[in-house]
Design a binder for this molecule. Structure first.
Ligand code: ASP
Length: 340
């Protein structure tokens, strides 16, 4: 029986050995947002991230692309009320859901981003369509809506169906508080994948921050801030105080700094998160993979739910000290009362 840290060291040694031998083991890693989460909502978050990691990994296991894998992983969490993305997303000051998302293909550097999207359950799929079919990198406003309709996306009718009681309560709490634009419970979702050929993709999707101004754009759709993927560098998805993350282009900085200093992603990510907070305030978190498939999970928020699958094993946790392993066939979190 191995301790978690022994397992971690062994898996890193093994993955380095495999990279040197020209073999990369596929990995799919997700996060479910950085913030402060009440105890009663942690099992729901862990259920969502472990399911998303397994679904995304299945795409890789069946020889699907890394872009497909991260899209499918993110879709699972967009449909889950426990996350701030799609259904259950944070509300703006007028009580509406406005969604941001981005996706990047590390093999081609193709990117797709959108912002201010309403009444669509799966923004990540539209971001993928922007990447693959719009001829541009980033669409917003009326042009985004007409592109979506042209591409066959259907908006929810009547509007407003993405709003949950939990997000309404969070907006009321925010109005009664100091009204800072902090990520609160968090709940932004993201995924990064690597396949056996070393292809990497990353994706991130969010409702932003509770109480935000109408039209506010966060870090999530900004390539280099909320998301980045490059087969030569690795892939990363960010979450946390986006108005601050954007100022330091954290996604690209983590990958590029690790390359330039020839260090592993984990210590670089820890350092850069703390440097951001020391210089500008705020907290954030990320999941990342390097080009050998080594994993980094970093956050300086109290909580961040995360999970990854490599081989037949799923690793997961919700806070810094939390590192758990289970066989991918296990489903340890009870179905939730009240369903979706
Ligand atoms: N980074 C997101 C934003 O600022 C929020 C979050 O991750 O909690 O829009």
């Amino acid at each position: 029986m191995l301790f978690p840290w022994e397992w971690l060291v062994l898996s890193i040694l093994l993955s380095n050995f495999k990279y040197c031998m020209g073999v990369v083991e596929p990995v799919l890693i997700v996060h479910g947002g950085a913030g402060t989460v009440s105890e009663d909502r942690i099992p729901g978050k862990l259920r969502g991230v472990t399911l998303a990691a397994k679904v995304g990994y299945q795409v890789l296991a069946r020889n699907g692309t890394v872009v497909e894998a991260v899209e499918q992983a993110v879709r699972i969490m967009e449909a889950d009320r426990f996350f701030n993305a799609g259904y259950g997303a944070a509300l703006n000051i007028e009580g509406d859901v406005e969604l941001d998302a981005s996706i990047m293909d590390g093999a081609t550097k193709a990117t797709g981003s959108l912002s201010g999207l309403r009444d669509l359950l799966h923004p990540i799929s539209l971001a993928r369509d922007v990447m693959e079919h719009s001829g541009h990198n980033f669409l917003i406003g009326d042009g985004l809506v007409s592109f979506a309709l042209d591409r066959g996306f259907r908006f929810l009718e009547p509007p407003g169906q993405l709003v949950t009681q939990h997000s309404k309560d969070a907006l009321e709490e925010w109005k009664a508080s100091d009204q800072s634009y902090r990520s609160g419970e968090g709940g932004t979702v993201g995924a990064v994948a690597i396949d056996a050929n070393g292809n990497i993709a990353a994706a991130t999707s969010t409702g932003g921050v509770t109480g935000k101004r109408v039209g506010r754009v966060g870090d999530t759709p900004i390539i280099g801030s909320g998301t980045y993927a490059d087969n030569g560098l690795g892939g990363v998805s960010l979450t946390g105080d986006g108005d601050i993350i954007m100022k330091v282009c954290l996604a690209y900085d983590v990958l590029r700094t690790a390359q330039l200093t020839d260090r592993a992603l984990q210590p670089v990510a820890d350092e850069l998160l703390d440097a951001m907070s020391a210089a500008l305030g705020g907290t954030a978190g990320l999941v990342a993979l390097d080009r050998a498939g080594d994993v980094a999970v970093a956050h300086n928020s109290l909580h961040m739910s995360w999970a990854y699958q490599r081989g037949d094993t799923v690793a997961y946790g919700a806070s810094k000290e939390d590192f758990n392993l289970m066989p991918a066939t296990d489903t340890p979190f009870d179905p939730l009362p009240g369903g979706m």
